[in-house]
Design a protein around this ligand. Sequence first.
Ligand code: ADP
Ligand code: MG
Length: 719
Amino acid sequence: MATMRDPLRPLLGKRSADALEKSLGIGTVGELLRHYPRRYAKRGELTDIAGLELGEHATVLARVEHVTRKPMRARKGHILEVVITDGHRRLNCAFFGNQAWRERELRPGRTGLFAGKVNAFRNTLQLANPEYELLDPEGDELSTMDSFLAEIIPVYPAAAGVQSWTIGKCVRQVLDLLDPQEDPLPGQLRERHRLADLDAALRGIHRPDSWEALDAARARLKWDEAMAVQLIFAQRRYSTVSRPAPACPPREGGIGDAFDARLPFDLTGGQREVGDRIAADLAGEHPMNRLLQGEVGSGKTVVALRAMLQAVDAGRQAAMLAPTEVLAAQHARSLRELLGDLAMAGELGGAENATRVALLTGSMPAKERKQALLDAASGAAGIVVGTHALIQEHVTFADLALVVVDEQHRFGVEQRDALRSRAAEGKSPHVLVMTATPIPRTVAMTVYGDLETSSLRELPAGRSPISTTVVPVAEKPAWLERVWQRLVEEAGKGHQAYVVCPRIGDEPPADKSDRRPAVAVLDLAPQLAEGPLAGLRVGVLHGRLPSDEKDSVMRAFAAGELDVLVATTVIEVGVNVPNATAMVIMDADRFGVSQLHQLRGRVGRGQVPGLCLLVTEALDGTSTRARLSAVESTLDGFELSRLDLELRREGDVLGAAQSGKRSGLKLLSLLEDEDVIARARTVAQQIVESDPRLTDHPGLAHLVSEVIDDESAEYLAKA
Ligand code: ADP
Ligand code: MG
């Protein structure tokens, strides 16, 4: 008999155990049993080939359509070309060498599981060096096929060294030897939420005897994942929120009221509502930890400023952190503009109640910098703006009460943590994190589970629409010509355009990758200037230009002295040129959905509608292409973030978003399981309130460690 902690070797033998360890990092019974099938094939139903991802190791249930034997040119022997189908689309498989038995085996009409790396050859999808297991065995093959009778065939995440069917056999062997599992979830909880017990769930997920049994197993194991994550967050929230914070009750007739009275516009409903929540949080004795999401231009800065003024009204200070010096300088400028004479304390013409906005960047002259540091230390500056590193390392505050972090997606997690000790008297400041990349509620609850979230969904001023079109150059090479013509036409109308490339082009060549290097700024710009865009004024912008050169290119583009700016994603944030109406994104498939959305937000900022062209070689029918079609189909950032989640099939949001490591979220779908996540959150919250360290719930404490591996746990505990 075996337990979850036992090593696999004695159970499976050296060969299988080593293969699992080497290819998938699976060493124990528990790790193998938590390696759930990715999906299930139904005997007699073929896998949809559409949606395969180039480069992935895929396993498909398909039928052999036809087989051709061709002599190889360079060597002796043959290539066996086998075309398999799901009934609609085809996939080519090539087998090398003289293998007459394969030809006898792979006859048209037979079905089986085929596994291999997906790649493209002459614009058709193919599986390279596939392995297969036929599912309609004949004669003596029958006896070797132990999955033959099962109607539901588990398909495991596999790798080149271990195929899905091999994993399935190992799992079956182990399940037969496994002791009945004790359940870490209290029976009462299982009953209330109608959850299957763990032992049944583990068996049911690997060897379901019906679809209903599979559903019940999945529901239970999903709950474990949701519960583990939410327990960690609940513990984190508990420990953060139980610290003292500098209370900032609003003050009537203070700088906040003076600012509201002179706002040149009405706040949107969303700004008002979020503002009220924040105001209430800041007045409290415990730290606020809030994530504010809203697209570029949704008016987050105003919301943040009103919060900062509440800190100033309480006689304390606020800091605003930006990811780059340029953005910090921009923030300081726009805060001073918004405040007018309210930011001119101690200066001629300064208003009653006025404060000062200090800017701190590494490149500012020593004298100015010294003054800014003095203003922060004395409290004369109610608001201090700077880059994260600078504020964290060099600034002393008189009484820091609120930290606003802008553009969260550019900040590391540890950085947020380091802020917590900065308030006076051992208190933790309130923290407001702002992001322009909208994330769905479930992701917020999972990735930013320790933060409360608020969203600004409406944009204040009427923006011009942006129309987006995918340009599939693999299928329609002539369209690229048309793209450049469009830019010439835009320039003819006096408008400007961006051409965005994934790469600068001065990097050393990447070693052996089977992918073509992405289009580079330094290659494309001269080609365009001498070719299709000859006669237009073409400029170049990327992150490795000296900063004065960057400034002068940006200024020239803003002044209309350049028609086309060929750039990297440096233009993603903070660039505002209303006369730019078109954007071409080269190798658009190399960018994420949210990033594409963010990028195209640079056009359509003026009176004229914007145009965004997504140039790609991704083939129709791949999920990469589906992502681009999603960007084409909607302008709603929240909808896009949802679609992105849906399309990132292997995506592991918890890992991918921040730690880059694999986490224990295997079944839980952040898209579909909002209900499970929300219920687990409530239950976790209740449990942690009465038992913060889970000492009375050892089963749950163990569940956390089992579902969330050490590195993720460490990350989550720090996040
Ligand atoms: P974000 O920081 O979310 O990108 P900003 O706060 O910079 O957005 O706002 C974008 C622009 O809209 C700014 O010029 C700002 O002054 C203006 N703005 C903000 N709120 C409103 C509003 N309620 N009505 C009209 N204009 C607004
Ligand atoms: Mg902003």
